[in-house]
Design a protein around this ligand. Structure first.
Ligand SMILES: C[S@@+](CC[C@H](N)C(=O)[O-])C[C@H]1O[C@@H](n2cnc3c(N)ncnc32)[C@H](O)[C@@H]1O
Length: 410
């Protein structure tokens, strides 16, 4: 039997009886995929691990608390034999053969009539890896091949364009704070499939260098806007490229909806009839403090954090931020785009009741090789920013959480 390669097949088990003998670790590992396949699962075993028991409690499987008995496999389409009793395994295996039920054996792959491949999933496909014959069985190797393929598909290093389902349009992708490893798996895959990428200055610029030469990379800041506003010109560029039938990625820093004008772009695209998908990203407001060793909340210290734009000063009539109310909060304030106005912001917070000793940290170019952290207090931050030449992009954290990190992380 083992001289020929196994014949790979996908079993459609919805509503079909699958019998699992033995409720130990093997069953625990295999049951979730059988449940996901919609199988009607009968587990026969005197005992089960707590996880398997939980599946029975949740009604995902039927559990008969007893040992294997002849006849258990009569109605099965497929069986998994994994008891710790070799003699029961043998008898069950013989019954499976009699009833022509394909059967996996955890104790003897050579005698089994079916093997479980190492499987993984990526965006609508199942990757299943089998060794060619029983002698060459090396589960770690097949699992490693599976991991390499699935990871490659997920992170875009293995490019398999969707020829049937790929539709032209725009993906607004949150690229995370800058470290190329901090983009989402979906964002990276869409980037790998793009014909055109329109990128901001912030975000994972290193990823652009990895794109194949045919991909057109456009710097959003350099799109000429003439009689339009810069944002309108970007919207127009997205629409134009998508209407030429291209897959366009709008790569943005952090999350598209956190001070990222993502909704404006989505609205413009929708109005123009261009299909658009939005991929969330890791916002700098949380990840950049974290990269500098600052948790935005901490038990017993801060039960809230508020993210504010500091791009206009508190006394500017365009400001939508209620700074006097923010001064009364006890939690953490995270200020984005606030380097230029931090002096006025600190003054306003102190004038409205915040202690001048409140710790402040400024993290410039967080998560990149150039990351730096500068510490101050509300009283000293204006002069510190000048003296230390802190420049945008920086995230400013105001509050007691600034002091709770491990000294090594500061
Ligand atoms: C226009 S906002 C975009 C925010 C972005 N959508 C997000 O969710 O992170 C730009 C501001 O985000 C902050 N920022 C973004 N990336 C940063 C980084 N790597 N290091 C420090 N600040 C960053 C800075 O305050 C910068 O001025």
């Amino acid at each position: 039997m083992a001289e020929h390669p196994a014949y790979p097949v996908g079993l459609r088990l919805t509503g079909r009886r699958v019998v699992v003998l033995g409720g130990g670790q093997v069953a625990q590992r295999r049951l979730p995929a059988l449940i996901a396949a919609g199988a009607d699962i009968l587990l026969v075993s005197p005992e089960a691990t707590p996880s398997v028991e939980a599946m029975a409690d949740a009604g995902e499987i039927t559990w008969e608390r007893r040992g294997y008995a002849d006849g258990d496999l009569a109605d099965a389409w497929y069986a998994l034999i994994a008891t710790s009793d070799p003699e029961a395994n043998e008898r069950a295996s013989a019954e499976a053969e009699r009833h022509r039920v394909w059967c996996v054996r955890s104790d003897d792959a050579d005698r089994a009539t079916a093997w479980t491949p190492a499987t993984g999933h990526s965006e609508g496909v199942t990757v299943a890896v089998l060794t060619t014959d029983a002698k060459g069985r090396d589960p770690r190797h097949t699992a490693a091949i599976r991991d390499a393929v699935v990871e490659g598909l997920r992170d875009g290093t293995l490019v398999a364009p969707h020829h049937r389902t790929r539709t032209p349009g725009v993906a607004l992708v949150g690229g995370g704070p800058g470290d190329p490893d901090l983009i989402t798996v979906r964002g990276r895959r869409l980037l790998a499939e793009a014909d055109v990428v329109i990128a901001d200055r912030l975000g994972p610029r290193d990823l652009l260098a990895e794109l194949p030469p045919h991909v057109e990379v456009i710097d959003a800041a350099k799109i000429p806007y003439g009689r339009f506003m810069a944002q309108e010109a970007i919207n127009n560029a997205l629409i134009e490229h998508a209407k030429q039938g291209k897959s366009v990625v709008r790569l943005k820093g952090g999350d598209p909806y956190v001070f990222g004008r993502g909704m404006e772009e989505l609205q413009a695209l929708t109005e123009a009839g261009v299909p658009c998908t939005v991929v969330p990203g890791i916002s700098s407001s949380v990840s950049v403090p974290g990269a500098a060793g600052i948790p935005v909340t901490h038990r017993g210290v801060a039960h809230e954090f508020t993210v504010v734009s500091g791009h206009v000063a508190p006394d500017d009539e365009r400001s939508l931020v209620d700074w006097p109310s923010l001064a009364k909060l006890t939690g953490t304030l995270v200020v984005l785009m606030g380097v230029d106005k931090i002096g006025r912001i600190a003054e306003t917070l102190v004038a409205n009741g915040k202690s001048p000793d409140t710790p402040v940290a400024l993290i410039q170019e967080g998560t990149t090789a150039a990351q730096r952290r500068v510490d101050a207090t509300l009283a000293t931050v204006a002069e510190t920013v000048v003296a230390q030449e802190v420049r945008p992009p920086a995230v400013i954290v105001i509050g007691e959480v600034v002091g709770v990190g491990l000294p090594a992380a500061r």
